[in-house]
Design a protein around this ligand. Structure first.
Ligand SMILES: NC(=O)c1ccc[n+]([C@@H]2O[C@H](COP(=O)([O-])OP(=O)(O)OC[C@H]3O[C@@H](n4cnc5c(N)ncnc54)[C@H](O)[C@@H]3O)[C@@H](O)[C@H]2O)c1
Ligand SMILES: N[C@H](CO)Cc1c[nH]c[nH+]1
Ligand SMILES: [Zn+2]
Length: 426
């Protein structure tokens, strides 16, 4: 991790940039994948599976026997853990249901909204370097709670053409049957355009690597909605003297192990805290099975000394991290000053992994600074709000003149007439 001592505020802008894996032609590669899938459908998907996942398949869909085999392959301990996570995620997301009221804005003018589930949703479950079945809980649970009638799941198969049994067990637990063996930009293209095997959807959800994230960005301009840009994982920790260096190091490593393009940031006002955390990272890193990938992410990562905690929060708000951990003496005070972050973890015992798996919050979150303008996935991500209004004759009499004046001022006579024709003949 690069150590940076007390940078000047004008230099902060250079410090918030995220690493890229250096695929200069990313747009070109992804555009070409999208075009192939749009033109050749399933045939392109089979070819791209061979090219990028080194697997040759006859069918893209997961069969019912694969679902039942998976049930037997997941041990009871993991099933129980998944059920605990499911229960907490359900509780947190069910509480997000809104009670929408009818509002009489003027006498005789009644307006209201109805929450309607998006009819066809596509869930992308990452599986390149790790099978993230937890992501299926994070997307499948709110999709089911919202009442989305058609749920399509795409996830990359392993070299034997199989989906991880825990992913299939989780799908069964949630009552999701449409699971397809396809990953990367090609999976996003399939759900955006539809192929003979994979249905076209209205909105695509889910995190992924740079190919997946770029594909989501490109298809959203072509008629399909997306949740948000949810790319390589990141965490920013603000640690003061009360922080435990071993805990902070463990949290930084937990996000660094996601991939070489992940980034972790440590902010502190105390030299000793930074030195102790960096020592701990070295110690803990050596024991990690994904040491190599984690080390690469750490090369993109920074430990920054700042003058005071209000500078730490100001830097964090500029960085807009996917995850923010406040390992500080008075974390609640700092939490109140957060304006940009995907999800915030308060105090020494709120480890980021808790939000990844089982506390109940959603782990599909905006990265790369997009927390400035996007929220993470929630129940409302799976619904649309349709507005309704019912206006009586008296109601229109009451607001008609205002409408007529405004329409005339905009030079839109037909708009004015639609009111006048109703109100002038009474
Ligand atoms: N922001 C969030 O909410 C969040 C949540 C979970 C995971 N993540 C991130 O998701 C990512 C998962 O990435 P992953 O790679 O493990 O899995 P992935 O499923 O996103 O991508 C794997 C697919 O990428 C395609 N691919 C691989 N190399 C390619 C190439 N050279 N050209 C074109 N396509 C190629 C392959 O088809 C493969 O199936 C990680 O970066 C992780 O940090 C983010
Ligand atoms: N930290 C990831 C979001 O950036 C989510 C995840 C899933 N499994 C482990 N972690
Ligand atoms: Zn994680």
């Amino acid at each position: 991790m690069e150590l940076i001592n007390y940078p000047e505020k004008q230099d902060w802008y250079n410090l918030v940039s995220r690493p890229s894996l250096g695929t200069a032609d990313l747009d070109e590669v992804v555009n070409s994948i999208l075009a192939k899938v749009k033109t050749f459908g399933d045939q392109a998907l089979f070819e791209l599976l061979e090219k990028y996942d080194q697997v040759s398949l006859d069918s893209l869909s997961v069969s019912s026997s694969e679902f039942s085999d998976a049930e037997g392959e997941v041990d009871e301990e993991l099933k129980n853990a998944i059920q605990i996570a499911k229960s907490n995620i359900e509780k947190f997301h069910a509480a997000q249901r809104l009670s929408l009221q009818k509002i009489e804005t003027s006498p005789g003018v009644v307006c209201w909204q109805k929450q309607v589930p998006i009819q066809k949703v596509g869930l992308y479950i990452p599986g390149g370097s790790a099978p993230l079945f937890s992501t299926l809980l994070m997307l499948g649970i709110p999709a089911k709670l919202a009442g989305c009638p058609e749920i399509v799941v795409c996830t990359p198969p392993n070299k034997n053409g199989k989906i991880h049994p825990a992913t299939l067990y989780t799908a069964s637990l949630l009552g999701i049957k449409n699971v397809f063996k396809i990953g990367g930009a090609q999976a996003i293209a399939a759900m955006a355009y539809g192929t003979s095997s994979i249905p076209k959807v209205n909105k695509i959800f889910g995190p992924g690597n740079q190919f997946v994230t770029k594909a989501k960005e490109l298809v959203q301009t072509k008629g399909v909605a997306i949740d948000m840009p949810a790319g390589p994982s990141e965490v920013l920790v603000i640690a003061d003297e009360s922080a435990r260096p071993d805990f902070v190091a463990a949290d930084l490593l937990s996000q660094a192990e996601h991939g070489p393009d992940s980034q972790v940031i440590l902010l502190s006002t105390c030299k000793d805290v930074v030195a102790n955390v960096l020592n701990e990272i070295e110690k803990q890193l050596r024991a990690l099975p994904r040491m190599e990938v984690t080390q690469k992410a750490l090369q993109n990562s920074k430990a920054i000394l700042l003058k005071n905690l209000s500078d730490c929060i100001a830097f964090s708000n500029l960085y807009a991290p996917e995850h923010l951990i406040l390992a500080c003496e008075n974390p609640s005070d700092l939490a109140g000053a957060v304006t940009n972050a995907g999800s915030v973890f308060i105090g020494n015992y709120s480890c980021e992994s808790a939000g990844d798996y089982a506390s109940g919050t959603n782990h599909t979150l905006p990265t790369n600074g997009f927390a400035e303008s996007y929220s993470g996935v929630s129940l409302s991500s799976f619904t649309k709000y349709i507005s309704f209004q019912e206006i009586s004759k008296e109601g229109l009499d009451g607001i008609g003149n205002a409408i007529e004046i405004m329409a005339e001022a905009e030079g839109l006579q037909a708009h004015k007439n639609a009111v006048t024709i109703r109100t002038s003949k009474s």
